[in-house]
Design a binder for this molecule. Structure first.
Ligand code: AMP
Ligand code: ZN
Length: 113
């Protein structure tokens, strides 16, 4: 059994609803949403975190932003706005060690970095 939950989702080994998938990235709903819209966008390749990123991953990482823009259009939040978050390591509270971008939208988000 695949240990990484996001690798299992990427490979279609769960009943997670896939919002978008191509050769480089996969998007699906966060299981514990913190806003009306809360999705995760992940590279199909297993990378533990940003700390594992190398130049060869740039196509997948760039695609993650393109998919974020497409999700914003699909869910009509291009104008109202959305937040993209990539938690890395303990201080950021990273809990799943397969690099992922949170796409969060649908409410005002008062906290600012
Ligand atoms: P992070 O703190 O950035 O590592 O966030 C990990 C996120 O993954 C959390 O928001 C979890 O709710 C979410 N999550 C964990 N397991 C799953 C899963 N099987 N399917 C969808 N989302 C998940
Ligand atoms: Zn993985």
């Amino acid at each position: 059994m695949e240990a990484c939950p996001f690798c299992r989702i990427v490979r279609g080994q769960t009943d997670t609803r896939i919002l978008y998938q191509d050769d480089l990235v996969t998007a699906f709903p966060d299981i514990r949403p913190i806003a009306p819209l809360h999705f995760l966008i992940v590279p199909n390749v297993h990378l533990e975190s940003v700390n594992a990123v190398e130049a060869g991953h740039e196509a997948a990482l760039g695609r993650m932003f393109t998919v974020a823009r497409r999700l914003a259009e699909t869910y009509h939040v291009t104008q109202s706005g959305y937040r993209l978050i990539v938690n890395t390591g303990p201080h950021a509270g990273q809990s799943v060690f397969h690099l992922h971008m949170h796409f969060i939208a649908g409410r005002h988000m008062p906290f600012r970095a």
